[in-house]
Design a protein around this ligand. Structure first.
Ligand code: PLP
Length: 399
């Protein structure tokens, strides 16, 4: 018996588990302190009323023999047509035409980001932006794949562009980016699409935060870019768009013509899903199916506005303190340079102990994240304001 020894190459803990453990230990030692978390990217606003109503209707369906649902429909890998139609409509409004067979409903982006690697050989070389959401690197390390990094730094606005001297087979892009909040415009994405098509590489495009985009120059789907249907898979989620982090529903788009070595990747994924997945719950899918209705969009826009307001509060606070940061626009994340040359974990401890505010150390997202820190706009407005008041008090007095 042999275990998968690739796991031994991972850092001992998933980043957010380490942050959580430090938070819990501090709270235990100081139960009287009110610690504010501007760390994990979880939402706090309740679900939209139309989503709740749709989920209630779905529960009622399950209560009666005539409307009861078991496994989802086989035809579209357990995705219900109401949801597929709504997603097709949402993509059409971005100028992207999709067929139902190109959209695979999932229980969230994280699972699909890991699972999609089943389609690719271990021999492939993977290119991952640094810093980025740790799941891309960790899932590839688990599979024993070689990972190269594309440096995202202040010099390139945290938006690396293709380096012709690098030969990659699988390219991850995350836009708007977690953790830097930077988002690609269409011309920059076109450069990636052209590069991937030239190499015959596949882009895994994580659009989990696309709904935060306000700037019309930025793409909300990679399929807005000419040539993307020949090289891209898009992975997205209702988690941040509509507060589904606990409900669980996402979707992965694989064009039905996308092929490598004469094999259609859409068909490979359908085969993979039919074997290893049994669908997202009917209740989640029905809730998701109204997110892009007129009323649903109006309601979720209200929540997004709330988070954008928090981002503006944080940005304003850092700006007044003369601290360098990016993000906070087109993104729920603010990526700040740690003050006074502090390292990421050093600043984490400093902020936790002196302001009772928790953020996420940038170094946890990659080598280039050292010396940076991520704050999120997902807390309540009250907590965001209070955290900013404490940060200001701490850093204003000590500069
Ligand atoms: N992709 C990125 C970039 C994320 O930051 C996250 C969650 O924070 C996810 C995917 C996971 O989304 P889901 O809740 O759909 O699994």
């Amino acid at each position: 018996m042999q275990i998968n020894r690739n796991f031994l190459s991972l850092k001992e803990n998933y980043l957010f588990a380490t942050v959580g453990a430090k938070f819990t230990a501090y709270r235990k030692a100081h139960p009287e302190k009110n610690v504010i978390k501007l760390s994990i990217g979880d939402v706090t606003r309740p679900l939209a009323p139309s989503v709740i109503a749709a989920m209630h209707r779905a529960v009622e369906d399950l209560a009666h023999a005539g409307t009861f649902k078991g496994y989802g429909p086989d035809q579209y890998c357990y995705g219900y047509e109401a949801l597929l139609d709504s997603l097709k409509g949402s993509y059409a409004r971005k100028g992207v035409k999709l067929s139902s067979g190109e959209i695979f409903i999932s229980d969230g982006a994280k699972s699909d980001l890991g699972n999609i690697l089943d389609l690719f050989s271990k021999e492939n070389t993977v290119l991952v932006p640094d810093p980025v959401y740790p799941v891309y690197v960790d899932t590839n390390v688990m599979a024993g794949r070689q990972v190269l990094f594309a440096d995202a730094t202040e010099a390139n606005g945290f938006l690396p562009l293709p380096d012709e001297s690098v030969k990659a087979d699988i390219i991850y892009l995350c836009s708007p980016n977690n953790p830097t909040g930077a988002a690609y415009d269409r011309a920059q994405l076109k450069a990636w699409v052209d590069y991937a098509n030239k190499l015959g590489a596949i882009i895994l495009y994580d659009a989990a935060y696309e709904y935060f985009i306000e700037d019309p120059a930025l793409a909300r789907s990679i399929f807005e870019i000419e040539g993307a249907r020949d090289c891209a898979i898009e992975i997205c989620s209702f988690s941040k768009t509509a507060g589904f982090t606990g409900v669980r529903c996402g979707y992965t788009v694989i064009p039905d013509t996308l092929e490598r070595e004469g094999v259609l990747l859409n068909r490979l994924w359908a085969r993979r899903q039919a074997t290893k997945f049994n669908g997202a719950s009917y209740i989640s899918q029905m809730g998701a199916s109204v997110v892009f209705s007129e009323q649903g969009e109006r309601e979720i826009a209200e929540n997004i506005r709330y988070y954008r307001g928090n981002a503006a509060i944080i940005a304003d606070c850092l700006g007044k303190l003369d601290l360098r940061y990016t993000g906070g626009k087109n993104s729920p994340y603010i990526w700040m340079k740690c003050p006074r040359g502090m390292k990421s974990w050093e600043f984490f401890d400093y902020l936790l102990e002196n302001a009772n505010v928790v953020g996420t150390p940038g170094s946890g997202f990659g080598r280039n994240g050292e010396g940076y820190f991520r704050l999120t706009a997902f807390a309540t407005e009250e907590n965001t304001r209070e955290a900013c008041r404490r940060i200001t008090e701490l850093l204003d007095h000590h500069e």
